[in-house]
Design a protein around this ligand. Structure first.
Ligand code: DU
Ligand code: SF4
Length: 226
């Protein structure tokens, strides 16, 4: 299995009935008025970025009118505006914005995945949905593990998902469990003894960026540590 095969399998997953219903109903009848004339992806969001990345970014879940519309991680929404501008400043992204698949954006050294691959109502996946989607994250981690140097968890849910995936891969995770916070760091050790640094960041959602809880300088700071 390589990254493109894994993405293809994820793209047709229907394991969570509530999320399948939500992603498809938004795509068919629930489109935002400003996008009413556009086709919607309406499927799980596959990974985006460099298949040979040594840095993995773990987000929360696709936005109903963002990834669920464009089919690409953090593409076509406000969270993505923030994330890709910062990735461009840090030298990971070829351009500062991410509008739609086919816009020419390329990432170097970095790949982006989500904890839950389908858009959840109110951006809140259930505990069962997080557990159901976790095997996909496990496969992503397995594929990038040989090169992986660091991971960025966007928000506490992604932080917990990354720690869970690391444990299931047989990595050593410090005890007590490392606590999420903006700028939190945990050194995880792979089964063959390499250290992978997990870095925490407040999520790039509008709840954080509009309120000033997450600033551009704070985001630049965590990206430098990767
Ligand atoms: O209170 P808490 O849910 O443990 O979150 C702590 C801290 O992390 C809070 O300031 C918001 C931020 N955060 C976030 O940015 N994104 C998330 O998904 C969860 C928490
Ligand atoms: Fe499948 Fe994950 Fe989507 Fe659930 S959230 S249907 S497990 S891709």
């Amino acid at each position: 299995l390589d990254v493109s095969e894994l993405d293809a399998r994820i793209s047709v997953c229907r394991a969570c009935p509530r999320l399948v219903d939500w992603r498809e109903s938004v795509a068919v009848t629930g489109r935002r008025a400003s996008f009413a004339d556009q086709p919607y992806w309406g499927r799980p969001g596959p990974s985006f970025g460099d298949p040979d990345a040594d840095v993995l970014i773990v987000g929360l879940a696709p936005a109903a009118n963002g990834t669920n519309r464009t089919g690409r991680m953090f593409t076509g929404d406000r969270s993505g505006d923030w994330l890709y501008a910062a990735l461009h400043r840090a030298g990971f992204a070829s351009q500062p914005s991410s509008v739609a698949a086919g816009d020419g954006l390329e990432l170097t050294g970095i790949r982006i995945v989500a904890t839950v691959r389908c858009a959840p109502p109110e951006n809140k996946p259930t505990t069962v949905e997080k557990a159901t989607c976790a095997p996909w994250l496990d496969r992503d981690l397995e594929l990038c593990e040989p090169r992986l140097r660091s991971m960025l968890a966007l928000g506490g849910i992604a932080w917990d998902a990354a720690l869970g995936a690391a444990r299931r891969r047989g990595w050593h995770v410090p005890r007590p469990k490392p606590r999420f916070g903006h700028g939190a760091e945990a050194d995880l050790t792979t089964a063959d003894g390499r250290v992978v640094r997990l870095v925490g960041s407040y999520h790039v959602s509008q709840q954080n960026t509009f309120t000033g809880r997450l600033t551009e300088a704070m985001l630049d700071d965590v990206l430098r540590r990767l």
